[in-house]
Design a protein around this ligand. Structure first.
Ligand code: KG4
Ligand code: ZN
Length: 375
């Protein structure tokens, strides 16, 4: 078997974890720090969680306050190695995580003006995701936690996506209805103090996957969501009609496979020049069909659950058209809409730290046998 091409990361430097916390004696306030005040040299004077996320193709670390409502740093390294394949290659992702995880963690500590000695707990994504990729983060988290006798907090990636809303609006409290739309998942949940209850989900592709595959068919780059939005600028969304999956079904499920097939047939009917000319219109109509499906079912779920607040999370929540559409629709219905800023919608570790208070911490050293799970 031919090994996959692999380019070592540029600019990678090994971590300097040997640094120790200098203590509080030279703090700017003359040796005393207010709770939460960082002296910039490793004396944060308050519990902080180091959060790690490596479930797909972003190597992420963040420092978050234990309440999960404020991030002190949030470092994301998006792997560019996958662009040439038009999708994430699992083995390439694992190797790239391995190469960068130390540097990303170090940067997260540095950005938060703390050192490793200040960390009081380590949160990490344990499921769902690419198993090899998850294992890199889980192993790093176990190593750091074990060496410092810290508790380890295993976090579900999807709960993390929803928890990003708490960083965006720290006064947010359940109950609410949440839509998660990412590259791997598209689902609706009723969220209350007891956890998340599944209301409906995609029967085939995830919304992000439909955008990624659609972009590929249109000859655009990866990831497809932002590429389709860019290509759709100036396009007329009403020039082509795309099916909105399960549009009139009285349920809360989604389907995006018909949309994808429809694009394929539309493209087959065009020659090269026609496809190039129609690209902005096709991209605009395709994007609108995805947004229509998501907003329609989210609003239906809010009505069914009599929810006053809706949260939208996951990479697709970064989409401008979806955000604008929901702002209008929720405004009309008097619904509170919480969509985190785009950087907290796509994969990041701050959201994993935000979900940490909702997950059960495993005390030292009980987590050594803890495993990652792909589903
Ligand atoms: O949540 P995420 O970063 O990773 C997963 O957990 O899957 O989501 C990635 C997905 C990709 O399919 C990508 O095309 C989509 O989110 N995405 C977007 C935008 N930014 C990322 N889709 C639409 N518009 C965007 N601006
Ligand atoms: Zn995700």
């Amino acid at each position: 078997m031919t090994p996959l091409p692999y380019t070592p990361a540029k600019g990678y430097t090994s971590p300097k974890w040997a640094r120790l916390s200098p203590g509080h004696t030279d703090a700017p306030s003359g040796g005393r720090l207010d709770p939460g005040q960082a002296c910039g040299r490793g004396c944060y004077n308050r519990a902080v969680i180091l959060a790690i996320e490596t479930s797909c193709d972003d190597t992420c670390a963040a420092v978050v306050e234990p309440g999960g409502r404020r991030a002190l740093s949030n470092v994301v390294h998006t792997q560019t190695e996958h662009a040439r394949y038009g999708g994430v290659v699992p083995e390439v992702a694992s190797r790239a995580h391995l190469e960068r995880i130390d540097g990303v963690i170090e940067k997260a500590l540095e950005d938060a003006s703390i050192v490793l000695d200040d960390v009081t707990g380590v949160a990490v994504t344990v499921r769902p995701g690419l198993i090899g990729a998850l294992l890199v983060g889980v192993s790093a988290a176990k190593g750091i936690a074990y060496a410092r006798r810290l508790p380890l907090i295993p976090v579900d990636h999807l709960e993390g996506h929803v928890a990003a809303a708490y960083l965006a609006q720290p006064d947010l409290e359940p109950p609410f209805v949440a839509l998660i739309a990412s590259g791997g998942h598209t689902a609706l949940y009723a969220v209350d103090a007891g956890g998340m209850r599944l209301l409906g989900e995609t029967l085939d592709d995830a919304a992000g996957e439909a955008l990624d595959k659609g972009a590929r068919m249109l000859g655009l780059g990866f990831p497809g969501g932002p590429e389709i939005s860019k290509a759709a600028e100036g396009g007329d969304p009403s020039r082509h009609e795309f099916p909105v999956g399960l549009k009139n079904r009285d349920n809360l499920d989604f389907s995006f496979s018909g949309l994808k097939t429809s694009l394929l047939y539309k493209l087959k009917a065009l020659d090269e020049e026609g496809a190039r000319r129609e690209r902005p219109h096709l991209a605009a109509a395709y994007e609108r069909a995805v947004v229509d499906a998501l907003s329609r079912k989210l609003l239906r779920a809010a009505e069914a659950e009599r929810a006053g607040t809706v949260v939208v999370a996951g990479g697709v929540a970064a989409n401008g058209l979806l955000r604008r559409t929901l702002e209008g629709e929720c405004g009309d219905r008097g619904l509170r809409l919480v969509i985190p800023p785009p950087a907290l919608c796509t994969d990041n570790a701050a959201m994993i730290g935000a979900a940490a208070p909702l997950s059960k911490a495993v005390p030292f050293p009980g987590y050594l046998g803890l495993n990652a799970r792909s589903v």
